[in-house]
Design a protein around this ligand. Sequence first.
Ligand SMILES: [Zn+2]
Ligand SMILES: [Zn+2]
Ligand SMILES: [Zn+2]
Length: 174
Amino acid sequence: MNQVLERGAALPATPVEPYSCIMRHKHEQPEGEALTEAARSAFERVGEQWTDMRAQLFNVIVGLDRPASAYDIADRFSEQRGRRVAANSVYRILDLFVAANIVTRVEVANRYLPNVHPGCVHDCILLFCEQCGRITHLDDDNIATSIRGAATNAGFRPTKPVIEVCGLCEACSR
Ligand SMILES: [Zn+2]
Ligand SMILES: [Zn+2]
Ligand SMILES: [Zn+2]
């Protein structure tokens, strides 16, 4: 089973099950237009429409160099559209983006960033730099499997492990 996203490749019709990726696979990590295209197709695959407004909001998120709060995203979005967009509608779209795996929410910081692998669902490991606010993104299926296993062994049914580490990134710790 190879779930690495390739443009034009046959994709599952239903939302990808969490944790459906084979271990230690390589990602095609699309950038720019290709990332937007991959996000759009992942979004449509879960039955959502890629409207102009949603496309424009995604564009704002893709343009971020570090995760931003919903408030900041709403602000930039309003700026781009040239008029105030209700924060609530921005928040709603953000929730849809997160549910569709095209945007990642950094729980410790309550901020958002584009998911670099929108076609592939993981328990991503996010390293959050408390100084510059940037994220280092790791995927390690062994760690995710251990955490899910520990939860299962405790009689708990895990749905979404959140694996985040606060600290200093390489640049900031120099
Ligand atoms: Zn993957
Ligand atoms: Zn990941
Ligand atoms: Zn840093």
